[in-house]
Design a protein around this ligand. Structure first.
Ligand SMILES: *[C@@H]1O[C@H](CO)[C@@H](O)[C@H](O)[C@H]1NC(C)=O
Ligand SMILES: *[C@@H]1O[C@H](CO)[C@@H](O)[C@H](O)[C@H]1NC(C)=O
Length: 198
């Protein structure tokens, strides 16, 4: 049992070393977190070259849609099995103009491109699309892209998530409300009301 005290001593030493090492790692990770978080990074991002950063809370525009126009491809993907699961799997691809005001003749502020996939499995009459959308925005001052993802259902407004951006919208986060405000034959008009959370 003579070895027992020295073993204990060595174990204790090792424990102290491990504790100190753990503390060092803990402190290092704390300072790493401090450097990598907080609003200071947003300010840093804003100093990168490029268009002025968009720092307003809200951005609104209108999307002009013409069904039958090549800018809307409704046959990107066929439904997987129409008789069994309705339009599940059906995909559409689109590239629309975004305007500042509701009228088609209102000044163009960019394009809205993306796709939808029907994800309403076995629901014959429910529209439930997954939408992935890229807004290329340029109003002469702010310029960049805003990435949007969300669920589109028949009942509007639909709420989507702003998941990122580039240019004036670097690091964009928030949500958007998409509402159809006009349905006139093949012509549809949508209002996009984006809210940014920094
Ligand atoms: C569609 O689904 C039904 C039911 O499972 C099946 O009997 C049929 O073969 C499927 N059709 C195709 C084209 O896969
Ligand atoms: C978008 O607007 C331009 C003119 O500003 C026009 O030439 C183009 O056809 C429009 N695109 C769509 C998809 O309506």
């Amino acid at each position: 049992m003579a070895a027992a005290p020295s073993m204990t001593g060595r174990t204790a030493n090792m424990m102290i070393v491990a504790l100190l090492f753990g503390l060092l790692i803990h402190r290092a990770s704390q300072s790493a977190v401090a450097e990598g978080s907080g609003s200071s990074c947003n300010i840093h991002a804003a100093t990168w070259p490029g268009p002025p950063p968009f720092r307003e809370c809200r951005l609104q525009y209108y999307v002009q849609v013409f069904v039958g126009n090549p800018s809307l491809n409704q046959n990107l993907l066929p439904p997987l099995n129409e008789s069994f699961s309705g339009s599940f799997g059906h995909g559409e691809l689109f590239a629309f103009n975004a305007t500042e005001g509701p009228e088609q003749t209102s000044s163009r502020v960019g394009s809205v491109r993306g796709f939808t996939i029907d994800s309403a499995y076995k629901a014959s009459d429910i529209i439930d699309l997954i939408e992935v959308e890229l807004i290329s925005y340029d109003d002469g001052n702010y310029k960049g892209t805003i990435q949007i993802q969300g669920e589109i259902r028949a009942i509007s407004p639909n709420e989507v998530a702003i998941v990122g951006g580039t240019g004036s919208f670097r690091g964009a986060r928030g949500f958007g409300l998409i509402e159809r405000v006009l349905l006139d034959g093949p012509y549809r008009r949508f209002h996009h009301d984006l809210h940014f959370i920094y």
